[in-house]
Design a protein around this ligand. Structure first.
Ligand code: ZN
Length: 465
């Protein structure tokens, strides 16, 4: 452990100025966040003209009827306009909040609210929860109209919305309640670790964060998701038999196979798996089951099991731990830095002994540009994983020596096209826009790659014979 702390001290030394120098952090954060926002707007402007193309890419020409293609272009255009306006609107709100010292005001108001309950300023954790609640409402209420518009105007216009106003309101209230029930204890323990471990918080906090993630893996499907969606065991039949057979051939520890009523809110469709290493659950959207044939849904699952086979979730978890570690390793420099809080309009009395929650929040804002770059790198990695999972589906025929799987690539291709057509997904994509935003390769890229995998898998198969 001492080695860890001495290494961390080396990282901290060049950052010592943060605790002493009066730097205009507010200006930096404003400049950084506007740069990221304007860059995102620029990407949308690059992407926008592609929605005016009259025909789909050649590979997709046979899959789109003229009117479906036109619909998908109009949907894309509307979504792009909405993203542009909402992105600038959100950034303006954030910017106004920073400019007028709303964070300092929220800390003060949070303190006054909990004081009414009998907790004075000596209860830093309780005041932090009060602060988080105030800040949550101040920042989320102005953006509420955006999600109302997105659900009831944009998605509605293009025929995707299935959410009723009553469902929208109950979802919102349930979301807030769940956020508080899990968020408040999370924040309390998070801050308590700092109080308890002092400057040696890193290993303890990482231990806590990993445990919390594990607990959520168990609680999310069993406690949280049932509040919003109904998961029911997938009915017996061809699809169930196919998936169970595939899982057992691959030794995938399938515990439960669910169908989820995704169509309750929207007709976008998908499938995913989750769980602990020895007990996994597969969830398939009812919309996917309705729109694709069992053998095509099986191919989508073959892709999902490819993610499992190559341990993609584990790799992503490992990278996220490294990311968290890096962030935490930089944090001590910002933890006891009165000038940082002064720059964001906190009074001298608060800045003199910075509350951890404030220091961490401001620190996060300063990291915005770094996070944007990391997000891009993570998307690139995720796209690589998607290709690997597609290839896995094509190679199953050789791996499992199963003739019936020789058309897995075609089935997956058909399912992907169906999903895209039904979801009116964008087909023409600007490369820079895609590099920044997309965690999945575009449909055209995937179909092209699938062709290659199919040929390679078939020739490998012939060689074996
Ligand atoms: Zn995938």
């Amino acid at each position: 452990m001492d080695f860890l702390y001495s290494q961390l001290a080396v990282v901290q030394r060049p950052l010592a100025f943060v605790a002493t120098d009066p730097i205009d952090w507010k200006l930096y954060v404003q400049a950084f966040s506007w740069t990221v926002c304007l860059f995102e707007s620029y990407l949308l402007l690059r992407q926008y003209p592609l929605y005016s193309k009259k025909t789909p890419p050649p590979v997709l020409a046979n899959h789109f009827s003229a009117d479906v293609f036109e619909k998908s272009q109009l949907y894309g255009k509307d979504k792009a306009k909405f993203s542009l306006v909402s992105g600038l609107y959100r950034q303006t709100i954030d910017s106004v909040m920073i400019h007028y010292g709303i964070y300092a005001w929220a800390w003060d108001l949070g303190g006054r609210l909990v004081a009414k309950l009998g907790y004075g300023p000596e209860y830093e954790i309780i005041q932090s929860i009060g602060f988080a609640v105030v800040l949550f409402f101040v920042s989320s209420i102005p953006t509420l109209p955006l999600s109302v518009y997105s659900t009831f105007v944009l998605e509605e216009k293009h025929g995707f919305n299935k959410t009723t106003p009553a469902l929208f309101v109950t979802d919102l209230l349930k979301g807030w309640a769940v956020g508080f029930v899990f968020g408040a204890p999370f924040l309390s323990v998070f801050l308590w670790v700092f109080q308890w471990a002092g400057d040696r918080f890193i290993p303890w906090l990482m231990g806590f964060l990993i445990s919390f993630q594990m607990i959520m893996v168990i609680l999310y499907p069993t406690v949280i998701q049932p509040l919003f969606n109904k998961l029911s065991p997938l009915a017996d039949g061809e699809l169930r038999t196919r998936i169970e057979a595939l899982a057992s051939k691959l030794k995938f520890p399938l515990k439960h196979l669910y169908e989820i009523d995704g169509s309750k809110r929207s007709s976008h469709s998908n499938a995913y798996f989750f769980g602990l290493p020895w007990s996994k659950h597969i969830v398939i959207f009812d919309t996917l089951i309705k729109e694709s044939k069992p053998e095509e849904v099986e191919a989508v699952l073959a892709h999902e099991l490819g993610h499992w086979f190559y341990m993609h979730p584990t790799k992503l978890l490992f990278i996220s731990q490294l990311h968290i570690f890096t962030v935490l390793a930089l944090f001590p420099a910002f933890m006891h830095a009165p000038p940082l809080l002064r720059a964001f309009d906190f009074p001298k009395s608060v800045a003199a002994k910075p509350p951890t929650v404030i220091a961490f929040l401001l620190f996060q804002m300063i990291l915005t540009p770094m996070e944007a770059v990391i997000g891009m790198a993570m998307n690139a990695l995720s796209r690589k994983f998607e290709y690997e999972a597609d290839r896995f589906a094509c190679e199953l025929q050789n791996m499992l020596k199963d003739e019936d799987m020789s058309d897995m690539g075609d089935r997956l291709g058909t399912a992907l096209v169906t999903l895209h057509v039904k979801n009116l997904s964008t087909v023409w994509v600007d490369w820079l826009y895609s590099a920044y935003h997309h965690s999945h390769p575009t449909l055209t890229e995937r179909l092209r790659a699938l062709e290659g995998y199919k040929v390679a898998a078939a020739s490998a198969h012939k060689k074996e014979l």
